[in-house]
Design a protein around this ligand. Structure first.
Ligand code: SF4
Length: 308
């Protein structure tokens, strides 16, 4: 689905240690309501965009968030939202939002960082955020949103991945998608490397253990969708390749962030962008990983896959 990626403002109500935005980005003025409307209309009319993805910062704290939703819903497009769900914990806010938009037409991704409240709060640097985000998720599920829970794989919590997936699969019904994502080490994340940067060679064994639990659950009849993002195929056993999300940002047909023009067909910051990828026979299918990987880790761990 052709997507407009629109960061409506960089202001956020969390201060996540793995955020790829710089600390200064919150001083950049958010897009105005008129700018967002023009971006949405142009993207639909000129590029045939079918999905409007609202991101940030935290999009729900934009002062015109409700007006923006109300504007977008007049078009025949899908709406996606990347949110930490904190504001959705407020019943009045949630009721107002779902009086504007039908939850079943909304794709929401909430980043959830640990099954242990204190660890989640440490990574968001927002005390109480675990419980508030859980309440926000509960309010959204009452309105039948299509929900994905994203876990960023970071140094502070990667060893917990098997326990995390046991918690997540017991906490959320099978219709909730679970995502695992390696992080882009830029901005705030680059300042917190000791807590967030983890070598694939360390994290992959724990990720594979977590996926084994999903495989066992599927044998018992569970049908949950689980996807692994930004993970090179050459670093994970082929047994798990079915979990790897191969598309990266190739569906982003339009891109708008504060202080920039509306851009069409932008290049991607992630993909098979490394020396070993050049001659790799899987480079058309492999998601590779973030470009920032090469500044932080040993690129030689990536190995071209060549059929004999
Ligand atoms: S060498 Fe590059 S394209 Fe090939 S599997 Fe590894 S990351 Fe993917």
């Amino acid at each position: 689905m052709k997507t407009l990626y629109c960061a409506i403002g960089y202001v956020c109500n969390e201060r996540c240690q793995f955020c790829p935005c710089s600390k200064d980005s919150v001083t950049v003025p958010s897009l105005t309501y008129d700018q967002v409307c023009m971006t949405v209309r142009q993207s639909i009319e000129e590029k045939g965009v079918e999905n409007i993805l609202l991101s940030g910062g935290e999009p729900t704290i934009h002062p015109d968030f409700f007006k923006i939703l109300d504007y977008i819903k007049r078009f025949d497009v899908n709406i996606s939202l990347l949110t930490n769900a904190l504001r959705l914990a407020d019943d009045t806010f949630a009721e107002k939002m779902f009086s504007i938009i039908d939850g079943s037409k909304l794709d929401v991704t909430v980043a959830f960082h640990s099954h242990i409240p204190e660890k989640h709060d440490f990574l968001t640097q927002h005390k109480g955020s675990f419980n508030r985000s859980m309440k926000g998720i509960s309010n959204m599920l009452k309105h039948n949103v299509k929900l994905s829970i994203k876990n960023n794989i970071v140094n502070y919590t990667y060893k917990d991945l098997p326990e995390y997936i046991k918690w997540a699969t017991s906490q959320f019904e099978d219709n909730v998608t679970l995502l695992f994502c390696n992080i882009d080490i830029n901005g705030t994340a680059a300042s917190n490397k000791e807590n967030v940067a983890v070598d694939f060679r360390d994290s992959i064994p724990y990720l594979e253990q977590a996926l084994d639990i999903v495989i066992e659950q599927r044998k018992l009849g569970h049908k949950r969708n689980v996807k692994v993002l930004t993970t090179p195929l050459c670093l994970i056993d082929p047994y798990y390749w079915g979990f790897i999300e191969t598309s990266t940002q190739e569906n982003v047909a339009a891109y708008k962030v504060p202080n920039s023009e509306l851009l069409w067909d932008i290049g991607s910051d992630s993909g098979p962008l490394f020396e070993a990828c050049t001659n790799c026979e899987l480079n058309k299918y492999c998601p590779g990983t973030w470009r920032s990987f090469k500044n932080n880790f040993d690129e030689s761990i990536l190995k071209s896959i060549v059929c004999e």
